[in-house]
Design a protein around this ligand. Structure first.
Ligand SMILES: Nc1ncnc2c1ncn2[C@@H]1O[C@H](COP(=O)(O)OP(=O)(O)OP(=O)(O)O)[C@@H](O)[C@H]1O
Ligand SMILES: [Mg+2]
Length: 320
């Protein structure tokens, strides 16, 4: 893309070792140890204004001591979803976020996007704290995200072309010739043909919908891609195609990905890091091979059942 709509940040090597595992037995067996708050690492600057401290710049995402709960005003109770979540993800990594239904995966994604604020703790995205971000900087930050939500539908009244063009027009781009060039380039990038541009979402297969949604997500050249169960609802072939498309795009565009997924093939083939949420905590975080060796009942159930064994046994773990 010659005329960039958003500036993807510089990508640094992701080959450095991950944080050391925690030792507290029975609590968070394989999760990283508590990290010192960023405010102790540097005389931090006004959020969203000055350059982030060097210690934070190498992380695409850093989650520090995040607690989340939801109040039920009718019952007068509070439901805790996250207890002291800590996680650091380097630029260019692909993180697979796993956990039982209702354990707070989508909530964590919403917090990373800044659509929801944790009750306690701090989240840094691209080195900048999301706390007290001025409104205009918040939007600037979000322009650097590509988000594909769990129920992320396309606009049904718009055709494929206008769906993909939508974020560009929202940002104020008005040069129709340039928009056309970008949209057709995106269609090609996600493996769709120029003819597909004039179809309405109702005329697309499930796999095509995901591709169009991905094209719309990538059109602003995001440095960070957040995907909530991107292969759910796809048949195994469409799912494999989508994974291989994402893998190719990642090799070329080098964005960082946080992806909620239950798909074992995706975790094995695509994710360089895996994070497991259970019992309101991050119980494991690291490359798949290290997560597989963690002793936790959820990990036993999820990663060591018969199907999972079949998936992992005969296949080389690409990033292990
Ligand atoms: N705005 C909200 N108000 C009250 N409760 C909420 C809110 N958002 C989420 N929750 C609750 O927080 C918990 C975690 O929800 P979340 O959607 O993050 O789960 P999840 O891990 O993504 O689940 P799934 O795998 O089914 O998508 C659920 O019990 C949900 O009902
Ligand atoms: Mg969810």
């Amino acid at each position: 893309m010659t005329e960039s709509a958003a500036n993807a940040p510089g990508i640094v090597s992701s080959a450095e070792p991950t944080e050391s595992p925690a030792t507290a037995p029975g609590v968070a067996p394989c999760a990283p140890e508590g990290i010192p708050p960023a405010s102790l690492q540097s005389s931090a600057t006004a959020p969203g204004v000055a350059l982030p401290p060097a210690s934070l710049q190498s992380y695409a995402i850093r989650i520090e001591h995040v607690w989340t709960s939801f109040d039920d005003p009718l019952l007068g109770t509070s439901k805790v979803v996250h207890k002291d979540i800590n996680l650091s993800l380097k630029h260019g990594e692909i993180l697979g976020l796993v956990g039982a239904s209702g354990c707070g995966k989508t909530t964590l994604l919403r917090e990373i996007i800044g659509l929801q604020t944790p009750n306690q703790g701090e989240i840094f995205v691209m080195g900048r704290s999301l706390k007290n971000v001025p409104a205009n900087h918040g939007q600037q930050l979000r322009n650097n995200y590509g988000v594909l939500f769990q129920k992320g539908a396309l606009f049904s009244v718009l055709d494929v072309f206008d769906n993909i063009a939508f974020p560009l027009r929202e940002l104020g781009f008005r040069d129709d010739k340039w928009i056309k060039r970008i949209v057709f380039m995106m269609l090609d990038m996600v493996g769709l043909s120029a003819r597909d541009a004039w179809l309405k979402p109702a005329d697309l297969s499930g796999g095509m919908v995901k591709r169009v949604a991905l094209a719309r997500t990538l059109v602003l050249e995001p440095g960070l891609l957040l995907l909530d169960e991107p292969t759910s609802g796809l048949d195994p072939i469409a799912s494999e195609d989508f994974v291989s498309l994402l893998s190719d795009l990642h090799k070329n565009l080098k964005f960082t990905v946080v992806m909620v997924t239950h798909d074992l093939d995706v975790l094995r083939d695509l994710c360089s890091q895996v994070a497991v949420l259970a019992d309101n905590q991050l119980v494991a975080f690291g490359p798949l091979a290290s997560v597989l060796s963690c002793k936790h009942p959820f990990i036993e159930k999820f990663f060591h059942n018969r199907r999972a064994k079949r998936v992992f046994q005969y296949q080389e773990v690409r990033h292990g």
